[in-house]
Write a protein of this length. Structure first.
Lengths: 764, 89, 161
């Protein structure tokens, strides 16, 4: 189902569904992911990890490990340069390289269960593992601070001795790394106008991206000081710059070759093993491969924050939301940098609320340093705000969709941080849900309920480079530096084919290494189709400009007299026989040489993305288990380049959001040890847990983009936790305020409600 | 004159004032003038000649990519806001 | 470290002998000793299914089986799913239905699906979901995977008819 609202431009290739160019390798097992690389003489590396949540490292003895036959090197943080606080800009949020280095190998202190302490290279992975058991680390164990409440309490254990914040001043040690505030209007006055005010406190659990491929890296250090890293990453250029910083090697001496990547969802936008592979290679003179196992991925990569959100909203009786007051604190992990600024800017971004006050806190806790996860910070935030909005709709007696349409943000509505939106499709996505066969269907049966929620993600642009080569047979190749994580090669080839008048199959896309193409920011922020797509579009236009020059030469005309339409060059006048690219391509040599179109962009404006989701559930009142009966998502793609992969993003984000809603959580014991570091106990949705996921691509073209595309990678994960919570409320009458809404929690809420009802009955 | 919309937590430096009229045709000049009117503002926004890491600037609803170099018109509205990662996401 | 053992197997129709340590899993042997990296490691605990191969007709996590246990057994891996240049209908329909995004789970899912279709050429959606419940995919939400298998079953049936 597609709801095209403003399709003006007709495309020939864009909007079709060709088979992806890299598909054949992926269905035959030939595609090479990072862990699939092997080199002659290659050694295997393993990482020793902290068994404590919070401890001082008193000493590390490695002699026994070094003495084990087959062990070639053991490294600790003493082998890395000690870095000052310094901010690296990788086109990402700023990263403090001192903290990054301390996360890669702990320096003086471990800050979470699983924190890397030492690394070994040996002739087999089994020997490397044996060697880890021979490394002797003496710890002084400290009490951990596991939650934002623990860490913000007076007298809390301090994680980072040097951490200060502006408000508490330079003399006070703290775990609060940052406070961010947004204010608009006057919330006190706003709440005075409200007929209904709802206030609740929500808690959400730390969750993991859950990519199926663990982190990996193969490092090869040459004696001339150059290094090559093969790894599965969302950003080869970011791996280059961050590894250079951590290793103290000039950036230009590192080449990063992006392997195929087995999922990332934000979790592969930073580095863990990459510098270790180079360091161990430097120590041993051999290529070194490191891979994490699943427990390491869960314990020590970068999940996303859990935290606490207090949300108070007021509405007039006709459903107009007049004020919102929000306090939120997110777990950053062992080092500062949770996505709480984004959470704060997303939490009510879908609505036009005149009076607003948001306080947001970034808090370090004894958990792994969080990394990005699909619309970072937004899904937990929306769980709070979208639940409250549902309750306000109930109080006002208004339909779930209608309250969102009534208050929905549109062109001119101020964003949370102030600037007004340009043309956006928030209301269109809700209307698409309202008009969907799903929402129009009647939900019957006991303990069943239907919930709706809306989600927002900014989408970003940033830097991309691309080249388009025209081959002598008239086909083309597109060279990009943006890693392909879910079909971008197909989309980029389609964009070039559209401009060049070729078929998608005549354009071969290639993801190049960091020496072979200009700089690209990471594949993330839902930026690739939009920003790299723009670079490809402009590179193809550059190639067209050159094609016109060549035709002008052949026809003895001026370039501006040459027309290019649907892959054919022509000009007015006698004696000019129009030519296809295929016909002119053999004449490149005589007219000036090969044709390569190039473009580099730093994209300023991108269209924000909205998604609205409708979910039906059935709750088993005996066990508290929630079954998803039906799910529909409507998302604004601006213009879908390859609709099948846009649907894939919508469905995949919905599935992750459902997992976040129902089952997924980091479960730490009282000592701060992760007790579910495996995929049996960290329960992600399986095939059996989900129905088909119905999609409706809404297309409100993004202003200023030649194709009109908006990023589609992220907004889809935002609505499901709230949509499921709202569905549960309508099914069994309990408001869930804690994620995940696992059977135990739902059952407890049901029993609590029954108990209250019985107590009330007994009192009567 | 261009208008700067002061971030909530910096309004303590502007006596609570949310909107400040400033002179300047680039973000750099705007920040200088803001600091002249309300000393201390520049230190909150600029570090080593660049916008501080983690801060982005929006001029007339367009996210700048040039930082302090971005042009500002006489009628512009200039917002300073938390940077959204290019990629952290 | 115990001595290496010679193991005789049939892999994708070829008789293959390999040497392995008793502690090496079949997955490790396939990937590191035989260079067949199409089977993927996602967890090493049998929870994700990315390493699924077919042993004597039955879908099996190769990470949960030792290399030495393969002695005398017939193993099918993703590398043998296509018949030369001719894709298996499952592979073709996965491409047509956009049933993969990052592709890391795809080899395991294709092998589980092949084991299903070999036994039950006309599975229902519920039967497909049951058969694939041991294969985690984090990208697709499974929708297009299930459609791909349904489509492949149709293609196999029409070929057989």
């Amino acid at each position: 189902m597609a709801a095209t609202t403003e399709g003006t431009h007709q495309f020939r290739v864009i909007g079709t569904r060709p088979i992806r160019h890299d598909g054949i390798e992926k269905v035959t097992g030939a595609a090479k992911y990072g862990a699939d690389y092997s080199f002659p003489g290659m050694l295997y590396g393993k990482v020793l990890r902290s068994p404590h949540a919070h401890a001082i490292i008193k000493s590390i003895k490695t002699d026994k490990a070094r003495a084990l036959p087959g062990v070639k090197a053991v490294v600790t943080s003493a082998d890395l340069p000690e870095l000052a606080d310094q901010i690296a800009q990788g086109g990402e949020l700023p990263i403090n390289v001192h903290h990054l280095s301390c996360n890669i190998l702990a320096r003086g202190k471990v800050l979470y269960d699983g924190h890397a302490v030492a690394a070994v290279a040996a002739t087999s992975p089994h020997i490397a593992e044996e060697a880890l058991r021979l490394i002797e680390v003496e710890y002084e164990v400290l009490p951990p601070a596991m939650t934002v409440e623990d860490a913000m309490a007076p007298g809390a254990p301090i994680l980072l001795a040097d951490l200060r914040n502006k408000e508490d001043g330079p003399d006070k040690q703290t775990n609060v790394a940052a406070h961010i505030q947004f204010k608009r209007g006057d919330v006190k006055e706003g709440f005075k106008q409200a007929d209904f005010v709802i206030e609740r406190t929500f808690k959400t659990a730390m969750v993991h991206q859950g990519y199926i491929e663990p982190h990996n890296a193969v490092g090869i250090y040459n004696s001339d000081g150059h290094a090559t890293i093969y790894c599965s990453t969302q950003g080869s250029f970011v791996v280059r710059s961050l590894s250079a910083a951590v290793l103290g090697i000039p950036e230009g001496k590192i080449r990063v070759v992006p392997a195929e990547i087995g999922g990332g969802f934000g979790g592969k936008t930073t580095i863990y093993l990459e510098p270790l592979s180079v360091l161990l290679s430097q120590k041993t003179g051999h290529p070194v491969k490191l891979t994490m196992n699943r427990a390491e991925v869960l314990r020590a990569s970068g999940p996303t924050s859990g935290g606490t959100i207090r949300c108070k909203m007021g509405a007039t009786k006709d459903g107009k939301i007049v004020a919102a007051e929000i306090w939120m604190a997110y777990e950053a992990g062992g080092f500062p940098g949770s996505p709480v600024p984004m959470g704060a800017m997303c939490i009510v971004a879908a609505y036009n609320i005149p009076n607003l006050h948001i306080d947001a806190y970034d808090v370090v806790v004894n958990r792994p340093k969080t990394a990005a996860y699909r619309a970072p910070g937004a899904a937990n935030a929306a769980f709070a705000s979208e639940t409250i909005i549902d309750e306000l709709a109930e109080k006002c007696g208004i339909d779930q969709c209608d309250i969102r349409i009534l208050n929905g943000a549109h062109e001119g509505t101020p964003q949370t941080a102030g600037p007004p939106y340009k043309r956006i499709g928030m209301i269109e996505t809700v209307e698409a849900i309202k008009n969907s066969p799903h929402y129009k269907s009647k939900l019957e049966g006991k303990n069943r309920g239907r919930g709706v929620a809306t989600g927002f993600w900014f989408n970003v642009g940033f830097q991309s480079s691309a080249m388009v080569n025209i081959h002598s047979d008239g086909t083309a190749s597109v060279v990009i530096g943006s890693v392909d994580i879910g079909g971008q090669r197909a989309s980029m080839a389609m964009v070039a084919a559209e401009v060049l008048g070729l078929d998608a199959g005549d354009v071969r896309p290639l993801v190049a290494d960091t020496d072979s193409v200009g700089y690209n920011d990471v594949t993330g922020g839902s930026r690739t189709t939009v920003a790299t797509g723009l670079a490809v579009y402009e590179a193809a236009q550059d190639a067209v400009r050159q094609l016109k020059e060549r035709a002008a030469k052949l026809w003895e005309k001026k370039p501006e007299e040459i027309e290019f339409n649907n892959g054919r060059l022509s000009a007015a006048g006698n004696g000019v026989k129009p030519m296809s690219i295929k016909e002119i391509a053999p004449r490149f040599a005589r007219t000036g040489g090969p044709i390569t179109g190039r473009a580099q962009v730093n994209v300023r404006n991108v269209g924000p993305g909205f998604a609205s989701t409708c979910i039906d559930v059935e709750v088993d009142p005996e066990t508290g288990k929630v079954q998803i009966l039906r799910a529909t998502i409507a998302q604004d793609a601006g213009k879908a380049v390859h609709p099948a992969y846009v649907e894939g993003q919508m469905q995949g984000g919905t599935a992750q959001g459902i997992g976040w809603a129902l089952n997924e959580e980091y479960f730490y014991d009282a000592k701060g040890i992760l007790r579910n570091a495996g995929l049996l106990d960290y329960r992600m949705p399986t095939c059996l847990d989900l129905p088909m996921i119905e999609t409706c691509i809404v297309e409100v073209p993004a202003p200023g983009h030649p194709i009109g595309s908006r990023g589609v990678g992220e907004a889809s994960i935002v609505p499901p936790p709230a949509a499921v919570a709202n569905a549960i409320a309508h099914a069994v009458g309990v408001r869930m305020t804690e994620l995940p809404m696992s059977p135990g929690r739902v059952l407890k809420a049901i029993l609590h409600k029954q108990g209250a009802a019985q107590a009330a009955a007994a009192a009567d | 004159m261009p208008t700067v919309i002061v971030p909530a937590l910096l309004r303590k430096l502007t006596n609570g004032q949310e909107r400040v009229a400033v002179r300047g045709s680039t973000v750099r000049q705007v920040v200088e003038d803001l600091d002249r009117q309300f000393p201390g503002m520049k230190a909150q926004l600029v570090e080593e000649g660049e916008l501080k890491p983690g801060i982005a600037v929006s001029v007339d609803g367009e996210m700048g990519v040039g930082g302090l170099l971005d042009p500002v018109k006489e009628t512009s509205e200039v917002y300073f806001l938390p940077a959204i990662g290019g990629g952290l996401q | 470290m115990d001595k290496k053992t010679v193991v005789e197997t049939t892999i994708n129709g070829e008789q293959i002998e390999f040497l392995c340590e008793p502690r090496q899993s079949l997955l490790e042997v396939l990937r590191d000793e035989l260079g067949m990296t199409g089977s993927k490691e996602g967890c090493l605990t049998g929870d994700c299914g990315a390493c699924t191969v077919i042993i004597d007709g039955r879908a099996t996590c190769s990470c949960l089986m030792l290399g030495v246990e393969a002695q005398g057994h017939k193993i099918e891996t993703i590398e043998g799913l296509a018949n030369g240049a001719q894709l298996h209908p499952l592979q073709q329909k996965f491409l047509e239905n956009a049933s993969l995004q990052c592709g890391i789970c795809t080899p395991g899912i294709l092998m589980s699906a092949k084991a299903l279709l070999d036994h039950n050429p006309t599975p229902s959606e519920a039967e497909i979901r049951y058969a694939l419940a041991g294969n985690l995919c984090r990208c697709t939400g499974y929708d297009k995977i299930v459609r791909g298998v349904l489509d492949a079953a149709k293609a196999v049936a029409s070929k057989a008819a």
